[in-house]
Ligand binder design. Sequence first.
Ligand SMILES: NC(=O)c1ccc[n+]([C@@H]2O[C@H](COP(=O)([O-])OP(=O)(O)OC[C@H]3O[C@@H](n4cnc5c(N)ncnc54)[C@H](OP(=O)(O)O)[C@@H]3O)[C@@H](O)[C@H]2O)c1
Length: 410
Amino acid sequence: MSDRQYHIVVFGATSFVGEILTRYLLQRHGVGGDLQWAIAGRSATKLGALKAGLGAEAETLPVLLADAADDAQLRQMCAQARVVVSTVGPYALYGSPLVAACAQTGTDYCDLTGEVQWIRRMILAHEDEAKASGARIVHCCGFDSIPSDLGVYFLQQQARERFGAPCTRVKLRIKAMRGGFSGGTAASLMNVLTEVKRDPSLRKVLGNPFALCVGDDSGRPRQPEVRLAAYDEEFGSWAGPFVMSAINTRVVHRSNHLAGHPYGRDFVYDEAMMTGRGIRGRLTAAGIGAGLGGFVAAAVVPPTRWLLERYVVPKPGEGPSPAAQERGFYDFRFIGTTADGRSLRTKVTGDRDPGYGSTAKMLGEAAVCLAQDLPRERKVGGFWTPATAFGGQLIDRLQAHAGLRFEVLD
Ligand SMILES: NC(=O)c1ccc[n+]([C@@H]2O[C@H](COP(=O)([O-])OP(=O)(O)OC[C@H]3O[C@@H](n4cnc5c(N)ncnc54)[C@H](OP(=O)(O)O)[C@@H]3O)[C@@H](O)[C@H]2O)c1
């Protein structure tokens, strides 16, 4: 790897989130310092405009050109990079050739996908190649699923220290969050619905909490799922569905699977939004469920989908304003319970809006962690999750640089 010119190449630097990531890396590492990095994409004009907007400091920032569908260009990019961090999405549409190139050329890779069906396809197609080449492939390095996956990892570490045993039941409840979403995220959601319409068997994959535990046939305990308003005694609050739980829970179970079940083989995990007490809490929880159901129903029928795409969801390249990113935040609460009934409460919080301001920082730190903290003797090639790839090293980075906090409450 030492012959590779760059520690990190940001592929898709012109995307909404890629630009925030580029600004973050520039502010953290500058150009030509401890971190050798470059930006990449398919359009020299757009990349040039991005660089021009970054000011004098970015003048010497190297630029590479590659189209997501051009294998030769992707391999050329990989040959120069220890880590490729990609924000070119929807990943199910554009991301497969890059994952193949990274797995085959021994290039480390991380991204922001939340597309379970695509991750599963990539694992099945390229895990053997990644193991053979030494490439560490880490999907889901943004809001989905770092706070959940590292939040559970942190809680379990505390449980082992305090109780000498893991928590076999963990609940995550989102106490508060503020943020918007971008064109790329909207396109990814729409594409999942299109794929399911084309291939209804995908419903089974998407509905399976263990969809990413590829090759694990051990007994699998039933997993709860908050779909409608439900009162949660332990949190003293009503709860409604959390849209990201469909990816986060799969990633957390894969972490448990890859690490040899340190959370227990009977580990049960779910996520939901806390909506408060009383009738207001109940109505809000019901409203979230109805809203999500309504959105999905509208997005699968052509005329209403057209209306959504035309008037409601952001276009590619659009997303929350810098002021909205600055005002955003999130507050995740966890309760873990051991098999013999002892319990522990922890929390994970982040500044900036979850999907962009905070996500770009998480992705940047994950990429630097891959490039600088994880020698290949310690972490071999394969498809890892954030918790199994980075564990406590990324928690330290996120707390020191990216505005996240991991705390024990009681
Ligand atoms: N997990 C999370 O928390 C999280 C948060 C935010 C976003 N995301 C995901 O991140 C992805 C990016 O979102 P976004 O809103 O930033 O996207 P976006 O603004 O729509 O940008 C898409 C990017 O893909 C590039 N692209 C498209 N086709 C390409 C090709 N053939 N070759 C090379 N580049 C190509 C575009 O390049 P041009 O500029 O040249 O068109 C652009 O840079 C999405 O998949 C989204 O779901 C995840």
